[in-house]
Design a protein around this ligand. Structure first.
Ligand SMILES: NC(=O)c1ccc[n+]([C@@H]2O[C@H](COP(=O)([O-])OP(=O)(O)OC[C@H]3O[C@@H](n4cnc5c(N)ncnc54)[C@H](OP(=O)(O)O)[C@@H]3O)[C@@H](O)[C@H]2O)c1
Length: 342
């Protein structure tokens, strides 16, 4: 489909039939995987969702670039593509034009699936409010806690409970570095070099090592868990670059281990109401704590809920494959909710 074949004005979402029209914004590491799964596993996905998922187009900057998918799918006109879809899968990343396109889709009542942690942590409350106003759905499993299926656990399985605290190690790179220092007595620089050799460090590790990425995760976890808007700038954060071998050894001597811990607590506001207190910082944890045993490039989320008690989920870090899996889960869930008979 090309841009000029599509209407560019926002129109009501098409009436549902046995086909769900899926638009993907972005065809990089994650988007290209999602597009391939949609093309190659169409029969299985239809059986699981009860609806045929039709990929109607993929918006990219350069639609002429060969990408191993039918060239007719590509367009450089994302607005028109958004207006032609029931579900929009945003995998461009960045703030703009992703934010404007997501808002456009939500205003039409389309479902939106995104992996864009940066955008959600910056401006999530406005996007969630737009979704609520239009009775539309905004799903983001791929944006939080790497491979751990945490958003639906909190939104669905724990929706009848009251979560009071979330503790998490949500930066797999930082966890690997601290774990190496703890296990081998290595310095921060040595442990980081080891992580780099094993491919656990991105080209620019500032967001991981400086705590910003964990803080963005923490903001989303707190928003989900406590039903209050929390943005990145509400989170006090500090990274692991100042943790040295002596700190790690001293912690070890006193039966502790240092983790880059995201902590979110529900607080009562004097006079009524509730708010969230959220922080990320290197923290001494007793070795018996479930999060103390999280080894290597892993993430874990530890939830305390009034009735369910303590729950811990453990999984790998973020990557193209895990993100595509999470996006597909959100997409099928959206299809089931919007289902019409085949
Ligand atoms: N990669 C991972 O392991 C991972 C894991 C979890 C979450 N995520 C999140 O998933 C999202 C996508 O990440 P990614 O790694 O797949 O990104 P990526 O490889 O950089 O791909 C981005 C895609 O978006 C397109 N795009 C960017 N800006 C655009 C614009 N203004 N107009 C049209 N198309 C545009 C690009 O088009 P061109 O190809 O034409 O340049 C490209 O196809 C991000 O929010 C990221 O944080 C990624």
């Amino acid at each position: 489909m090309t841009g000029n074949q599509m209407q560019s004005q926002a129109a009501p979402a098409p009436k549902m039939s046995g086909v769900l029209r899926v638009a993907i914004l972005g065809c990089g590491t994650v988007g290209s995987r999602v597009a391939r799964i949609l093309q190659e596993d169409a029969a299985t996905l239809a059986a699981r969702s009860g609806t045929r998922l039709e990929l109607v187009g993929i918006a990219v900057r350069d639609p002429e670039m060969p990408r191993g998918l039918p060239p007719s799918l590509f367009t450089a006109e994302p607005k028109a593509l958004v207006d032609s879809a029931d579900v929009v899968v945003e995998l461009m990343g960045g703030i703009e034009p992703a934010r404007t396109l997501i808002l456009r889709a939500l205003r039409r009542g389309s479902s939106v699936v995104t992996a864009n942690r940066e955008l959600l942590a910056l401006d999530g409350p406005a996007l969630f409010e737009q979704a609520r106003r239009n009775d539309a759905e905004l799903s983001f499993e791929a944006a939080v806690a790497g491979a751990i299926p945490i958003t639906r656990t909190i939104r669905d399985s724990l929706s009848g409970d009251r979560i009071t605290r979330v503790l998490a190690t949500v930066d797999a790179t930082a966890n690997f570095v601290l774990d190496q220092m703890d296990a081998t007595g290595a310095s921060f620089e040595e442990a980081l070099a080891h992580a780099q050799r094993l491919g656990y460090v991105t080209a620019d590790p500032t967001a991981d090592l400086g705590g910003r990425d964990a803080a963005a995760n923490a903001a989303l976890l707190a928003t989900l868990a406590f039903h209050v808007p929390v943005r990145l700038h509400d989170v006090q954060y500090e990274g692991i670059t100042d943790v040295n071998a002596e700190d790690v050894a001293a912690a070890k001597k006193s039966g502790m281990v240092i983790k880059l811990l995201a902590a979110a607590e529900l607080m009562s506001i004097p006079g009524g109401g509730e708010s969230a207190r959220v922080s990320v910082r290197p923290t001494n944890l007793p070795r018996e704590h479930p999060l103390a045993g999280v080894r290597g490039p892993s993430n874990a989320v530890f939830i305390e809920a009034e009735n369910a008690g303590e729950i811990m989920l453990l999984g790998g870090g973020a990557g193209g494959r895990t993100a595509a899996s999470a996006v597909m889960g959100d997409l099928i869930a959206a299809a089931r909710r919007r289902r019409a008979p085949l």
